[in-house]
Design a protein around this ligand. Structure first.
Ligand code: HEM
Length: 179
């Protein structure tokens, strides 16, 4: 994750205000222990909800296996990164990670694959620069969660990513105006 002053890339100084908000908010912390519920869980409705969550949201949903190869790439991911699902599935996550961040990413990735745990508190947002198909740098915020099979063995990691490039540019512009 980027921390203030970590490097010169666009998102490097962006630490999401949500990170500190989550850590400080007791309601959020309490909610962590609860499981999700659904008013009257009809199978049909749940299947539709799953379909919308995976395929229709504008955010990127990316799932990679225990070797870090992309296994699922939704429409949001295609929109944000410019690779179609056919181009991305089977490739390493490296296709969207700037070279200078790959080592840190893979250390974190393999740590979570072997422990099942994040080293971040309260599922705080990670904020990083990413690259799209054309080589353009984007500012991304994302959360991750491990995925296990029926025997509780970890089989991969899913991430939901949002393109916050416009917000980040706006913050930079406002900061520059103040100084
Ligand atoms: C968009 C491009 C991405 C970049 C630039 C990136 C970069 C990074 C960096 C710098 C870290 C280290 C964070 C730290 O040390 O605190 C990290 C951790 C991690 N990344 Fe990535 N990553 C990207 C996408 C993904 C995706 C798509 C996944 C999963 C499908 C993923 C899974 C992880 C995991 C599991 C960690 C460890 C997080 C933790 O311990 O809480 N990353 N990544």
């Amino acid at each position: 994750m980027t921390r203030k002053g970590d490097d010169d890339s666009p998102a490097a100084s962006l630490v999401s205000p949500l990170c500190s908000m989550h850590e400080a908010d007791p309601t959020y912390m309490g909610l962590e222990k609860e499981t999700s519920t659904f008013g009257s869980p009809g199978e049909n409705e749940l299947a539709r909800l799953k379909n919308v969550l995976l395929h229709e949201l504008p955010d990127a949903v990316i799932y990679a296996d225990n070797g870090g190869l992309i296994r699922f790439w939704n429409r949001g991911a295609a929109r944000i990164f410019g690779f179609s699902a056919a181009q991305a599935v089977g490739q390493s996550l490296d296709i969207i990670i700037p070279e200078q961040l790959r080592q840190r990413h893979w250390e974190g990735y393999h740590r979570m694959m072997s422990t099942g745990h994040s080293r971040h508190e309260a599922h705080e947002l990670l904020a990083v620069p990413a690259v799209d198909r054309s080589g353009r740098t984007l500012s991304i915020q994302f959360t991750v969660a491990p995925v296990a099979d029926e025997n509780d063995s970890l089989i991969g990691i899913v991430a939901i990513l949002r393109d916050v490039t416009a917000t980040f540019e706006e913050i930079k512009r406002l900061r520059a105006g103040r100084s």
